[in-house]
Design a protein around this ligand. Structure first.
Ligand code: ACO
Length: 173
């Protein structure tokens, strides 16, 4: 089996927003593209499970969430890396664009939910996901791109060009 080409998929955002430079540097066994409406079947939640418990409420509920994200124009950019041989997802990441009144009505890009399948870690897939999301953020006019991570992941994000800034505060419902 080979992977499904982008033009046969129903995508969350236009595929040409993925940096050609990042594509050219990607490991040759994999392909990077926007999340597609059929990606529940390609193991999207299984890959996200390396992050935390990824409860599966079924494909219909997953597709409804996909559609509500796509309805919010220029806001949600989730992308995936698929294995070219199996068409299964091996990496995922998201960018959320927050529009602001400050900074001359500018925007901030928030990177969220970066996950690489355990078998595929260490092949620079995580780095390419961050580079692709940062490219979307910066080419979309965000004046900064930010994220939260554990202390353990700080060296990874430093290698991706990020620096430590301020603190995260959280209040769970
Ligand atoms: N500590 C130190 N260095 C690291 C770490 C780490 N935890 N992870 C990666 N690196 C280094 C690599 O060695 C590599 O260095 P090099 O350029 O000198 O060779 C560089 O960072 C790039 O690494 P990649 O191969 O791109 O990393 P990978 O594809 O394995 O992805 C990731 C890294 C996403 C952290 C992966 O290990 C993963 O999915 N972990 C579990 C889920 C997770 O913690 N996700 C991030 C949560 S934070 C958030 O989502 C905003």
């Amino acid at each position: 089996m080979s992977f499904t080409p982008d033009n046969e998929l129903d995508l969350l955002f236009p595929a040409d927003l993925i940096s050609p430079e990042v594509k050219s540097q990607l490991h040759p066994d994999v392909h990077i593209r926007p999340l597609a409406s059929t990606d529940h079947r390609r193991g999207h939640l299984s890959v996200l499970a390396v992050l935390t418990v990824a409860t599966d409420l079924g494909e219909a509920a997953w597709v409804a969430q996909f559609n509500s994200m796509r309805a919010a124009a220029k806001t949600y950019y989730s992308l995936v890396i698929v294995d070219k041989k199996t068409d299964k997802i091996v990496g995922a990441g998201s960018l959320f664009v927050e529009r602001k009144f400050l900074h001359g009505l500018s925007s901030v890009g928030h990177i969220e939910d970066i996950a690489v399948d355990k078998q595929q870690q260490g092949k620079k897939l995580g780095l390419r996901i961050i580079q692709a999301l940062t490219h979307i953020s910066e080419s979309g006019g965000c004046y900064k791109t930010i994220l939260n991570c554990s202390d353990d992941n700080i060296p990874f994000y430093v290698k991706c060009g990020f620096q430590r800034k301020e603190n995260e505060m959280a209040k769970y419902a």
